[in-house]
Design a protein around this ligand. Structure first.
Ligand SMILES: [Zn+2]
Length: 553
């Protein structure tokens, strides 16, 4: 065929396709009307109805305007005046891992040590002799006993199986004597680099509490026996759990090639109910670079995200690296897991290849360390719009905020911590808490922070996030860092539009406007018309992802 004939036919074909496309686009397959829609689109903030076609918003407007587009086949749903928001984006959580944890481990989110021990004892009785008994979501400040778990507790409950119980934060764990013996750790073993075996100050004996890199020796012994089917099952389970709460997109903050496979297979099987921006752990970066993969590869369901590195410890477990010590522990400044010299070479390799970078940095020392690495990269290898991410970015000050702004970096602060982990804030002190999860400071400086649960460490329910961010009040009524309160409108923007920006997807999602992905949540009450302390009680009625109801109450 001559090239001119081919062009002619091609031209005809695309004309025809365009007409058909326009025809399809003017015939919505679904219309939602009689709703109180907050679009998070500043040029059209409110609407009553949306038309949806092919998984995207086709039109947004008044009932009359949008219902006027309905043709024969369009389904129409009357939302009875209920509030509609864009779907929530949890920019930093650990869904693939959490899904497997829910399948395999004992959920230790219980309110007494006795309850935890009996759950572990029950699991041990069902497990083969000598097999590991694993727990997660244990929280030392949430039991009625007023003291943490001990080695002796675990030995008394489970003497014949090695036990490894992770703290809810994931950075520390409690183990029993058999586990210590298997890893060859005794009272005299020196602490590993970037880690700690706690000892009783009176007796010098191990307490069973192990921190940060001290976990590695145990984790390498715990067999990872997951099949591909298990991983897919884990992703299915957690995506259903999160979608039920109004989450339509997540950033998996420490993904592996196995996790990418699980997300793709769950999606192919029609079992993935949210979208994933999968950050990749730094230990896999050489594999990724060799395959020519970088940030952005994928589609609107499963996409390769930033490379993830870790600089310091955890806020909920009080190991974040601070410039001033923890309250009541004058020698404890937390733990730096990796310094600038260790982060820089890995970061440079990925940055040079076009990867977005995300670094776990909680304490002010860690944030400064991470910013120095990012600033150096932009001096040496300037890239347009690198959107460096500061994962958590918890304890800040004015000078750090100015540097974050100058770099255009994106903080992903914990959204539910003021509410859920309030009791731990005593160890940071009121003055410091006024500079933690610093949404007011970030927004006032023109920075775009995201909503982020870090689940399992923090609960992922977006309505708890709104309550926490707007009131800074915990479940007992204590207020933590009132200077950082934001408005309901700001909190919604943080949880929607800002999340899409953090993954370079702001033209695809994060607001309800024509051509964007039809991701939305229908609420049972209007968040603008209630006491902010009641935001957490708003029922989620339905969650839509890509024009499909993924959850209906
Ligand atoms: Zn995390």
């Amino acid at each position: 065929m001559s090239s001119s004939r081919r062009e002619f036919l091609h031209g005809l074909g695309s004309l025809g396709a365009l007409a058909l496309f326009r025809l399809q686009r003017t015939e919505p397959d679904l219309i939602l009307f009689n709703a109180n829609i907050w679009t998070v689109n500043s040029s059209q903030p409110r609407a009553q109805a949306v038309a949806i076609s092919g998984g995207r918003f086709l039109a947004v407007g008044s009932n009359d305007e949008v219902l006027g587009l309905a043709a024969g086949g369009a389904k129409k749903i009357d939302l009875g005046g209920n509030t509609v928001l864009p779907g929530f984006i949890d920019a930093h959580s650990h869904p693939a891992e959490a899904g497997l944890d829910h399948l395999r481990m004992v959920d230790c989110d219980l309110r007494s040590i006795a309850d935890i021990l009996s759950a572990l004892r029950k699991r041990a009785a069902e497990s083969p002799a000598g097999g590991w008994v694993l727990g997660f979501k244990y929280d030392d400040t949430k039991t009625s006993d007023g003291r943490p778990l001990t080695l002796a507790d675990l030995d008394s409950a489970v003497p014949d199986h090695p036990v490894f119980v992770e703290h809810r934060g994931g950075h520390t764990a409690w183990v029993n004597s058999l586990a210590m013996k298997m890893v060859k750790v005794d009272d005299k073993t020196p602490d590993p680099q970037g880690g700690k075996y706690d000892h009783d100050p009176a007796t010098g004996r191990l307490t069973g509490h192990i921190r940060e890199n001290a976990k590695t020796g145990f984790q390498t012994l715990i067999p990872s026996t997951f099949t591909r089917a298990d991983r897919r099952e884990g992703v299915k389970l957690i995506s259903q759990m999160m979608t039920r709460s109004g989450v339509t997109s997540v950033g998996d903050a420490f993904g592996s090639p196995d996790d990418l496979t699980a997300y793709q297979e769950a999606r192919d099987a029609g079992e993935l109910s949210f979208r994933v921006y999968c950050l990749i752990g730094f230990q896999f970066i050489d594999q990724m670079l060799a395959a020519g993969i970088r940030t952005g590869l994928g589609d609107e369901w499963v996409r390769v995200g930033a490379m993830k590195m870790i600089c310091d410890g955890s806020i909920s477990e009080r190991t974040a690296r601070l410039s001033q010590p923890y309250i009541g522990r004058p020698d404890d400044f937390g733990i730096l897991v990796a310094g600038a010299d260790e982060l820089y070479p890995v970061a440079r390799k990925a940055h040079a290849a076009g990867w977005q970078l995300g670094t776990h940095a909680n304490g002010d020392v860690a944030i400064d360390t991470t910013l120095r690495v990012y600033e150096r990269l932009q001096r040496e290898l300037p890239r347009r719009d690198p959107r460096f991410r500061l994962e958590h970015c918890t304890v800040v000050n004015d000078s750090l905020i100015q540097r974050i702004k100058a770099l255009g970096a994106i903080p992903t602060p914990f959204s539910t911590y003021a509410y859920y982990h309030g009791e731990k804030m005593k160890e940071y002190g009121a003055e410091r808490v006024d500079h933690m999860f610093a949404l007011r400071s970030f927004i006032d400086a023109g920075i775009r922070p995201t909503q982020a649960s870090d689940y399992p460490p923090g609960p992922f329910e977006p309505m708890m996030a709104l309550r926490s961010e707007v009131t800074r009040t915990d479940s007992k009524g204590n207020v933590w860092g009132p200077k950082q309160k934001i408005t309901v409108e700001e909190a919604i923007r943080v949880g929607t539009a800002n999340g899409s920006y953090a993954s370079y997807e702001e033209t695809l999602k994060g607001s309800i406007e024509p051509s964007k992905l039809a991701d939305l949540v229908v609420l049972g009450r209007d968040p603008f018309k209630i006491d902010p302390l009641e935001l957490i009680d708003i029922p989620i009625q339905r969650t839509m992802v890509g024009g499909k109801w993924m959850f209906e109450a």
